[in-house]
Design a protein. Sequence first.
Length: 438
Amino acid sequence: MDIEGYARRHINDPDLIEKLAERIMEFKDVDESYARKLAEAVVLEVRNAYSKTSFLLDYHRTGVTMGKFGVGSRGTGDFYVHSKIAEMCGEAVVSSRDLDDAGVVKVGDYYVSVAIDGIHSRLSEFPFIAGFHVTRAAMRDVLVMGSSPIALFSDIHIADDGDVSKIFDHLAGITAVSELTGVPLIAGSTLRIGGDMVIGERMTGAVGCVGVSRHITPRRDAREGDVIILTEGAGGGTVATTAIYYGMHEVVEETINLDFIFAARSIIESEAVKKVHAMSDVTNGGIRGDAEEISRASKTALYFDVGKIRRLINRRVLEMLEELEIDFMGVSIDSLMVICPEEHAEEILERIRSSGVEADVVGWVEKGSGAFSVDGDRIEPLRPRFRESAYTPVKKMVGEDKPEDFDEMRRRVDEAFEKALEKKRRVVERLRREIPPG
């Protein structure tokens, strides 16, 4: 519970102190006197902070919430917000504009790839699983750029009432991947969420990865005539979350593997990497989401054989998804996708299989745009939904359909984006005037 937010929303309620004290006592083991004093302190801080006497302290409000617009839900709304973020980012060899999860700069003769991933929000009470999967995710984003991971860094935030043990369990998950891959965790931070102003046990955070290479494999380099190779996948944080919240806990263990890393390294650490045009991980909205982004970045059309993809999903994971009626084409299965010329496909398949990971050619690239599923003689557009396939009971209730007022919400999001740019320009111009010449 965000007690600052509660106070801000009800600041004109004459009974605010009493109500806030009651909420505090619901969560904290404190007496009424302490709860009331804390409530009074919170209200004082809120009144002072939100008087907003400087333009720097305010932001343009859209009235569009994260949940309603689908931000973080790996679908249409999420992809749109990320496209706006990309417009605000600086120039780089590869940036968010290229729809890759890792960014790249060049230093001398080397490409430096950097990625950061946040922990799955529904894994807050399962710190080890959260740490393991977010670390693997950050490394995946660097590996698909053709880079060898060289360092990890982490950020852990736990709410005021969270048990300190969460830190160690989470780090154990991170460092399990670190130890098995030989990529050290070299920096990080540990803080409370909102300090004293957020009560509860919630945990959030992120893991970042840095990699180096002499060759890169961004999505934009997929070309007409290429074939698409996919490795077997058992899912990661998303599939683990599905298994946990549907009570199919035995499936969680299927996700605890490093197959993706071994498969990607088998290519990167050989001459075969020079024969690869593009790589990606099947995560953001599943193949539906990733295919759409690759098509846009490379200005090509991608075709996927649904039957072949189905055969490459871990049997126990697939059984769970189908029992729960979750579209395996629209959920993160954590497979490695390699796009290369057809004449090099067999060599790359041999490299992957030598790492103990199964793989197959599951599609091809043509001139055109968009992504398509091929199921026998039926070819259909393969589009991301408004949200990633609903993979928990709550998500099924929320649904996957685009809101009727999405276009109006998008207009308001655009307006907020322009207001933020205007604030940035105002600050940059002022600071530039203050920078000494030379």
